[in-house]
Design a binder for this molecule. Sequence first.
Ligand SMILES: [Zn+2]
Length: 431
Amino acid sequence: MRIIVTAPATPRELFDLWAEVHLQGLPPPALVRQVHVQAQLRRFREAAPDLFQMEEVGRSVEGRPLHVVRVGGGPRHILLWSQMHGDEPTATTALLDLFEYVRRHREHPRVARLLSALTLHAVPMLNPDGAERFQRRNAQGIDINRDALALQTPEGRTLKALRDRLQPSLGFNLHNQSWRTAVGGTGRPASISLLAPPFDASRSDNPGRVLAKKVCAVIRDALEPLAPGRIGRYDDSFEVRAFGDNLVRWGTATVLIETGPWSSPEPDEPLLRLNFVALVSALEALASGAVEHADVERYESIPLNDSKGLLHLIIRGALVYGEVGDAFLADVGVAAVQAVRSREGIPSIVLAGSIEELGDLRVHGAVEVVEGTGLTAVPLPSQGVKEGDTLPLPPRSGRELRVGLPAELMLLRPVEPAGHYRVERVIRYER
Ligand SMILES: [Zn+2]
């Protein structure tokens, strides 16, 4: 007798289920390379050859094979691709987790329905050469997402040929967005942003775009309880060269999912969970037909992204010394990006940051906000300190903060004896 696992019924249960299906043994998303993806795809194929079909559909500039994975046998064809931009990795791992979910729970009625209603065609990591370098562009230096018309990249040509051959009714275009992106008007990080791209400059609707909007509405309603106030709507101005926009024109409506910042020191896991919930919820709604009843207004009313406003860290109202003049009260704003650094040949992902703003930052939001009232913010001394240490205020030449310095700071609170301070917080980003 086969044991049928109870399928999740709610986004929260899917969010929790992710821990069970997430593939162990993969590096963090930013360090996943095509060799990992291929090894994993081979494992799926060996474990369930009747469930997973693999086909090489092209080669990258540097000759890395591009595979499409086919899952399910339903009449509705769905195309999904990730990491068209090499440094936007989250959804590649999320797609692998989705496959593992389908493999493990294929007997469950909800998954069985998905597999009988839909055929998924997925290209995890469309830009393996860019992923190898953790860079946006492909090995030619071209942004593949501006190559939908010129088709001068083999990766872009592969995607176009796949679309033309499969004529899918819907595509999922999976990206990461800048860590500077806030949910417009709120100052909160846009952890996931959604878009049903337009196909002309006047942003007209057609049945495909309406379907994409409904899918976005389903995803919003699934994610919002898990990330309240952190779902944004991506800029919907028409980009004549982009794949999303052109796929709609060619007859395949697309849903753009952009993964953004998350406010915890370990953002990968919650962001993977959100991706997983988004994909499973959308596909289940497509399979069951529930998507037809989704309310387009639930998409239209998602607040627009504010793509530049978000800082990574703000210290509010600390005492600061500038290069001249008296100490003053200021907010200190740190901007940060994820980067891959290699130490002794071993890569790791770091947050590289610098002081980008100083002064009244009340209009800015941040991934993390630190209350600085009563504290003095000064650069970290070269000899190193730890939280809880007591020390005198550094000499004048060691106190000054200014825009452009590395984000390596300590927050000091005055203690006895006079002139001494306790280190309340050490803030250290990579350079
Ligand atoms: Zn992108």
